[in-house]
Design a protein. Structure first.
Length: 413
């Protein structure tokens, strides 16, 4: 902590920004240096400090990965409430900065719903410990622009076994209808893949799943009668919504694949990632609006984060011999498609460098105003990870924001 306070002291004197970084798994540019700055490597802040059974809480340092925390909890028959698909390298502090929603959020909420306490070194050098949600809002989704988190206290759950049922659909519209009825079984999570992603898993991991849109529903099950009821309800939904059940033989392999989504990226020499949250009711219409040139190539993975919203990760594999111009063009097509979600009540999943300027779209104008006021109070020199919530000016064209420049260039393509 003293090193961080000293770093802020130097940064305030020299006016050189600090950029906190640990797992760096975000695809939104939250840990990138845009103009100039000093990277603050937080990876050594990786201790699990305390697991408290009485109030179901665990206290950790920010660079603890979800995988390491899950291992420690499992030894005491406990488990994470929710976690990202980047569980092996994603860190607790990074998910807070990102404003994370993931597997388990459908039942237990997003990261802000799990927080019980935050210790933060503010840019002015002071150290504060926060315990209220309205204070957490100044850090959750703020991309590390308001301080460096040094300690986190959050909830865990008891390790009630999860049971999974998988099924497939011929088209995306039928699949989303099936998703909309999953509230009937009170699931822990609902995870889905489009058929192009399924095909890619078959190719890279050796699976033999049918080339159809795939859904896997998971529920905490304590006794046999509860599992029987779960299965009966899901079977009814699948039958009525024109789905097809997958044999239990494949279930565990499919469920484990949720952790391999990022590792298989190593097989791709070049790719584009994007993430967007959209209203479930407009999901089919939105997916069908994909540009025809990338529709047959884009890989989609998604989760339900609420019974009205799905979060979708888009992955477009690029040809290795494709020119830089064509690659940038594809990036702009995906970027424009993500922004199109705003028109139907959706939003980019986070800000960062690429979506700076859209904080109000994600969290609302009132929260943005509170954040801006807080930022000005604690960071008068704007030295804490600037340009990651509010879009920066283009280096060569200081009158235009990066947000505006990308939109203008996008219209040209």
């Amino acid at each position: 902590m003293e090193d961080i306070k000293k770093a802020f002291e130097i940064a305030n004197k020299t006016k050189i920004p600090l950029i906190p970084r640990a797992g760096a798994t975000s695809g939104h540019g939250g840990t990138l240096v845009y103009k100039k700055g000093i990277i603050v490597d937080l990876t050594k802040l990786n201790r699990i400090i305390d697991i408290e059974l009485m109030d179901q809480s665990v206290t950790v340092e920010p660079a603890v990965t979800f995988h390491d925390l899950e291992k420690a909890l499992t030894m005491q028959s406990l488990a994470l409430c929710s976690y990202p698909s980047s569980i092996y390298s994603g860190t607790i502090g990074g998910w807070i900065a990102q404003g994370g929603e993931g597997i388990g959020s459908l039942k237990y909420g997003s990261i802000i719903d799990l927080l019980l306490g935050l210790e933060v070194v503010l840019p002015d050098g002071s150290v504060k410990y926060y315990t209220e949600k309205e204070d957490f809002e100044m850090f959750v989704g703020a991309q590390g622009t308001t301080g460096i988190i040094t300690k986190v206290k959050l909830k865990f759950r008891f390790d009630i076994p999860l049971k999974h049922i998988a099924f497939t659909f011929d088209n995306f519209s039928d699949m989303l209808k099936g998703l909309s009825r999953c509230r009937e079984v009170e699931p822990f999570s609902v995870w889905f893949l489009n058929k192009h992603k399924v095909d890619y898993l078959n190719k890279t991991l050796g699976y033999i799943l049918p080339s159809r849109h795939l859904v896997i529903v998971s529920k905490e099950i304590s006794y046999d009668e509860e599992e029987k009821e779960f299965r009966e309800k899901i079977y009814k939904i699948v039958r009525e919504e024109k789905g097809q059940l997958i044999s239990d033989y494949y279930i565990q392999g499919i469920w484990k694949a949720r952790f391999k989504i990022f590792s298989i990226l190593k097989e791709m020499e070049n790719y584009i990632l994007g993430e967007v949250s959209i209203p479930l009711d407009y999901g089919a219409e939105y997916i069908e609006s994909l540009p025809k040139k990338i529709d047959k190539k884009i890989l989609i993975e998604g989760i339900m984060v609420s019974f009205s919203t799905v979060s979708i990760i888009l992955n477009l594999v690029l040809k290795t011999d494709q020119s830089k111009i064509k690659q940038y063009k594809k990036f702009l097509q995906v970027y424009k498609w993500i922004l199109k979600a705003i028109k139907i009540g959706g939003f980019p999943s986070a800000t960062g460098l690429w979506f700076g300027g859209y904080y109000h779209t994600i969290y609302g104008k009132e929260r943005e105003e509170k954040l801006l006021k807080f930022k000005k109070e604690v960071d008068k020199n704007n030295i804490c990870n600037p340009d990651k919530v509010w879009s920066p000016k283009v280096k060569q064209l200081p009158l235009i924001s990066l947000k505006t420049a990308i939109k203008i260039i996008g219209e040209l393509f």
